[in-house]
Structure formats: C-alpha cells, structure tokens
Design a protein around this ligand. Sequence first.
Ligand SMILES: Nc1nc2c(ncn2[C@@H]2O[C@H](COP(=O)(O)OP(=O)(O)OP(=O)(O)O)[C@@H](O)[C@H]2O)c(=O)[nH]1
Ligand SMILES: [Zn+2]
Length: 216
Amino acid sequence: MTVHFVASAQLPTPWATFQMHGFEDPATGKEHLALTLGDLQQAEPVLMRVHSECLTGDALFSMRCDCGYQLQEALRQIAQAGRGVLLYLRQEGRGIGLLNKIRAYHLQDAGADTVEANEHLGFGADMREYSMLQPMLAHLGVKEVRLLTNNPRKLDALSRYGVQVVERLPLTTGLNPHNHNYLSTKASKLGHMMSTADFTPVQGFSLATPAPKTAD
Ligand SMILES: Nc1nc2c(ncn2[C@@H]2O[C@H](COP(=O)(O)OP(=O)(O)OP(=O)(O)O)[C@@H](O)[C@H]2O)c(=O)[nH]1
Ligand SMILES: [Zn+2]
C-alpha cells in the first residue's frame, strides 16, 4: 500500500500541542493521521499508540467500548513522556465501517457478542490491515517503539513492517458496566492480552450495577 504524506499543522489538545500529520491512501481515499510530540528521529525508542477509528467511542462518548478512554489515556501518556506518536487509522468498526458497526451493535443489543455479530453479518471478527504503518512510520523516521496496546496483531504487523517493538505497554482504562462483556470477549475470543480484573473502572460507575442487555 502506498500512503502519501499531504500536510502537517499544530493540534493543541488538553494534554499538549501535538504536530498533526495528514496522509492519504489514493487507492481507498482513506485519510490517516499521526499526532507527534518531540523529536522522533533520536535513537531512543518512541512511545506509540496505533489507534483504530471509533467514531462512537472517540467522538460521541460511547461507553460500549474502551476506545475513547484509550485515546485520551494514550495522548496523556505521550504528553507526560514529552515525546511520542499516536497513529489514528481510519479503519472504523475493526474494518467493517460505521454503518456495519451499527448493524453489529443492533445484533449485540439482541444478545450476540462482538465476534458473533461480525460473523452473522458475513465479516471476519477483525477485518483490519496495517500496511499503511510502513509508509507512515518511514515518513516520521520511527524505527523502534514502546507500544501502547493489548492487541497481539498490532505487534505482528509492526514486526512484519520492520519496526521493532522493544516494549508492550498495556492499556487498562475505561472499564464500566456497558463494556464489561465486550472487554471480556476481546480477551477470550480476539486474543487481547488482558483481563478485566486488571482494569481500573471508570470513576462513578460501579461494576455491581447490573449491566444492560446491550453490554457487549
Ligand atoms: N465490528 C465492531 N467493531 C467494534 C466494536 N466495538 C469497537 N469496535 C471497533 O474496534 C476498533 C478498536 O478495536 P479494539 O478491539 O477495541 O482494540 P484494538 O485496537 O484491537 O486493541 P488495543 O490496541 O488494545 O486497543 C475500533 O475500530 C472500533 O470502532 C464492535 O462491537 N464491533
Ligand atoms: Zn470503540
């Protein structure tokens, strides 16, 4: 996949003023982003988050997943470190797109888990691919990273594209009654290296609160 760098500009956030770099994939028309902080060309490994788009979690405050919490926590940690990169990849709904994710949520409202819902719609459990990482990281000069993730497929993808992951840092934030089953399914069926027991519940939400039927 060839992804072209288009432009960069400052992006002030509550945590730091990042440099935002825009990339375009001419084959799909997808527009991917990188938010960087500090000098990434130095030899020291770069703190990195590879974040998949989740409009509902990232922008609409959804508590059905952990995406919004992870996004904020990653930006906070990169700002605290003073150096790092967050790649924002436009592969909504684990690659099935927003409208199909709503279809999948509808099935989950009726009792399916997140994997069963995807499969019922004729998709694989996770349709993402990561080939855009290679040109994006080459453009930014990133070769060695400390990666914020629970997802083993992201580690595999990076090593496939010649980026060395010297450390994996778990993200265990955002647990609440609405995403408890979803997070358990990620661990049991999608291979995420985590247990909900490791998570810090969202403040003000007790897991003792009965989860609604729409929980996963
Ligand atoms: N199809 C589908 N996609 C979902 C669902 N919930 C969240 N997503 C999407 O899943 C992606 C995030 O994937 P996750 O499995 O939560 O996390 P991850 O990126 O694999 O792993 P981490 O790096 O540990 O966060 C985003 O693109 C979301 O839009 C769901 O129930 N169904
Ligand atoms: Zn999400």
